[in-house]
Design a protein around this ligand. Structure first.
Ligand code: ASN
Length: 364
């Protein structure tokens, strides 16, 4: 580390005087010329590679966009809560990922894979809440190659009561667009000219187009994808959809059979949920997942049973629902590292995480 006195001109810095404040003892051990293109190698040794300016920029961007999104939500009157790490039960609807558990005081608990039920609890009590939640998911190892899966990641997880899908979708658009605009306006030093242009061209002013699940399936089939109706779209199909639009695009109303028990079925369209995913262009895929929630005790019991889950695990939540203490709420979770990956056009979300743990690789 060096302290420099001098004059900054258009041609660079004219150094008048400098002082060495701190000198590494073994510079050869920590000197990095480049960042490995293998995300596994990067995740194993990120503590060294993170010195590279390209990666440090992404770490800074992570902080800046999260701060910008927090302040948009704060302006809307949302209350931020700290996310729990351990719980009796966590999110069951996890697209192939398994939950991790931890033994404490002789009992086994689940490490939180999402704060969904806590969101429902606190949105019922406080109206508008959010978490910048760290989630842990034991993703299948093959998901390391999708470029967009981490085993540990941050979701900006928002929930509100007495609202509508439309309202929270508009809030999501405002949050995403506002964060990117904030970066462009106030932190453009973090962006290359090419990244600036890319963001200006693709993250256009909302509203973003909306397409329902059935039309998305039809469109993708016409483009040559094999899509099984009633299932989640494949990662590849989702990415292709983003490319077709070239801007963020919503997919709405997934089949009830394809998703977790906590989305509420659409009374006007049997077999489908009131839910929505936001897909980014440029092969980035899903950045946000959300929906309006099931809050009715009997329906929750039926849906949990249908998913083959033991009811006992959900005791605390079901007791509240039975007492009528869980209100109708809607919300969403936005993958912060996925947004950073998009902003810097990184080949893998590992490079967007200050602490990358990718499927199959947690550390050295
Ligand atoms: N955060 C998501 C939501 O709000 C839930 C999840 O992470 N599975 O719907």
């Amino acid at each position: 580390m060096v302290a420099v006195t001098g004059v900054l001109t258009w041609d660079g810095l004219e150094v008048e005087e400098y002082r060495v404040l701190h000198k590494p003892l073994k510079p050869e051990k920590i000197c990095v010329d480049d960042v490995p293109s293998d995300p596994g190698e990067y995740a194993r040794n990120y503590h060294v590679y993170v010195r590279h300016p390209r990666v440090l920029r992404a770490v800074k961007t992570y902080s800046m966009v999260l701060k910008a999104m927090r302040s948009i939500l704060d302006e809307h009157g949302f209350t931020e809560l700290p996310s729990p790490i351990i719980g009796y039960v966590s999110d069951p609807g996890l697209r192939g990922a398994v939950k991790a558990s931890i033994k404490m005081y002789g009992k086994v608990y689940e490490v939180q894979s999402s704060v969904i039920m806590y969101k429902q609890l606190y949105a019922s009590l406080l109206g508008k809440i959010y978490y910048a939640a760290r989630n842990l998911r034991v993703e299948p190892v093959e998901n390391a190659s999708t470029g967009r899966h981490l085993a540990e990641f941050t979701q900006l997880d928002v929930e509100a009561s007495l609202t509508t899908a439309d309202d929270v979708m508009m809030l999501a658009e405002e949050t995403l667009y506002g964060a990117v605009k904030h970066l462009l306006n106030y932190h453009s030093g973090l962006l290359t000219r090419e990244e600036e242009r890319f963001l200006e061209e693709t993250i256009i002013k909302p509203p973003y187009p909306r397409i329902d699940y059935d039309s998305a399936v039809e469109l993708l089939r016409r483009k040559g994808f094999t899509v099984e109706h009633g299932r989640e779209l494949s990662f590849d199909a989702e990415a292709a959809l983003g490319d077709i639009y070239g801007t963020p695009v919503w997919i709405q109303g997934f089949p009830t059979s394809s998703r977790g028990f906590y989305y509420i079925p659409d009374p006007g369209k049997p077999g489908y949920n009131v839910d929505y995913n936001l897909i980014l262009p440029s092969r980035a895929g899903e950045v946000l997942d959300g929906g309006c929630r099931e809050y009715r005790y009997e329906h929750l019991v039926d849906r949990i049973k249908h998913h083959g889950e033991p009811l006992g695990k959900y005791k605390w939540f079901l007791e509240l629902a039975e007492a009528g203490a869980i209100q109708p709420t809607c919300g969403w979770g936005l993958g912060v590292e996925r947004l950073v990956r998009y902003i810097h056009r990184l080949p893998h979300v590992a490079y967007a995480s200050p602490h990358p743990r990718i499927p199959g690789v947690i550390g050295p």
